[in-house]
Design a protein around this ligand. Structure first.
Ligand code: ZN
Length: 235
């Protein structure tokens, strides 16, 4: 089980950590700043710096089947560290920060469009959400200006934990129909955008929505009779 440093501090770019095991396709550390692919957000990239000054490029980060252990995928041909070795895990911060901004922007999009979310993903500086919006027509310019108004509030983004039982007693908190929040560990992380949004989420977010900056609404597509896919892009 890997200690998830990114969960308490999404702004942490690096950490001194210990190698638990290393194989061609996966390096497991005792703790990590690397977000593992999940919830529509891709796994982090970056590098592991070894004591001898060499570095190992990390090309992706994924969960093991147990969903508790994180595997850092090394670039092909990388020299592998040994168990017990101390390394510095360092994020590709520029990439991660774009994903944090895009991810937080999707929370705001779900505020502007208060329909059940049936899917979504975060890319590098862009993202999309699918809404089960029925026959409602979406007005691109209107959505864009409402998004901009929300970013301009510069509302704070904070997190807190609730128990599985509290979540079960408040089903209205869950906006995502297909992407259910992970329960079973006894607690669920809630992400709150002050005065705007509250939902369970395990992703990485900026601390204030003003950090998102300018967003362009780049597309609205029909996905079946009742679904609309809305795409945004960071400026
Ligand atoms: Zn989130």
């Amino acid at each position: 089980m890997t200690e998830l440093l990114f969960r308490d501090d999404a702004y942490r770019r690096e950490a001194e950590v210990e190698v638990i095991e290393a194989a061609l396709s996966r390096i497991v550390l005792d703790s990590t700043v690397f977000y593992a692919q999940g919830g529509g957000q891709p796994g982090d990239r970056g590098e592991l710096a070894l004591a001898d000054g060499s570095t190992i490029a990390v090309v992706n980060t994924v969960y093991d089947a147990d969903r508790k252990t994180i595997a850092h995928v090394p670039a092909e041909g990388a020299r592998l560290p040994g168990p017990g070795e101390r390394v510095t895990a360092r994020l590709d911060w520029e990439l991660r920060y774009k994903r944090m901004r895009a991810h937080t922007a999707l929370h705001l999009l779900s505020v502007v469009l208060p329909y059940p979310v049936t899917g979504g993903s975060v890319g590098d500086g862009e993202g999309r959400l699918d809404f089960d919006s029925g026959e409602v027509g979406f007005d691109k310019a209107d959505i864009q200006s409402r998004l901009e108004a929300l970013v301009a509030t510069d509302a704070a983004v904070t997190m807190r934990w609730i128990t599985d039982e509290e979540l079960a007693a408040n089903p209205g908190l869950v906006k995502t129909m297909k992407v259910k929040p992970p329960t079973g560990s006894g607690r669920v992380r809630l992400v709150e955008i002050a005065g705007l949004d509250l939902q369970p989420c395990g992703g990485t977010h900026v601390a204030r929505v003003g950090e998102i900056g300018r967003i362009a609404l780049t597309g609205i597509e029909k996905k079946g009779k009742l679904n609309r896919r809305v795409r945004i892009m960071l400026d």
